[in-house]
Design a binder for this molecule. Sequence first.
Ligand code: MN
Length: 226
Amino acid sequence: MMGYVLPPPAPVSLPVYGSTDRFPVRRIFCVGRNYADHGIEMGGDPTKEPPFFFTKPADAVVESGSTIPYPPATKDFHYEGELVVALGRGGSNINEADAVTHVWGYAAGNDLTRRDLQDEAKATRRPWDMAKGFDLSAVVGLIHQGQSLPDAMLTLTVDGVVRQETKLSLMIWDVPGIIAYLSRLVTLAPGDLIFTGTPAGVGALQRGQTCIVTVEGLTPATVTIV
Ligand code: MN
């Protein structure tokens, strides 16, 4: 019988609202510059440059309520409050019209970023992986099952002070649009998560601070930095 030469890694999973069963995480896709105000704050022109994708490894996920260390190799560690889509069905070339049927649920999330490494990567035209896909960089709240999400407010606070606030309807690509677009680039699979982008107001986190992302109707995603 075939074995493994090393113990295989435990599956990555996240807790689900109202259930003891967990959501198995396959991959993490992220949308860049999906709110016009954030595109402008990052020096872009949202009328000329459409949003785009990058990824994080699945085991970068952090459960809400966690305390994590300030990451290595940065002096400018940023929060980005985002809606996270959890896919229940995969596929390629998905039509926007039925893209929502691929959604299993939604969560609040925080796309933690080493902004100085991202700035350096942009300046040297190198990849973003070490700026975005580092350990413990994807905070995700409880996943709430359901395919429809009414237009809701997303709010991010640091130690109780509001730093980001937007209506989800201000996304340049909405959830069906993101799923349809991404499914033309890769074959999506059940368990994939999509971070849908952050609005204006990104900024630095310091040791000792607690950052909470709230999306109306969902459980907040909370992380504390030590
Ligand atoms: Mn982001």
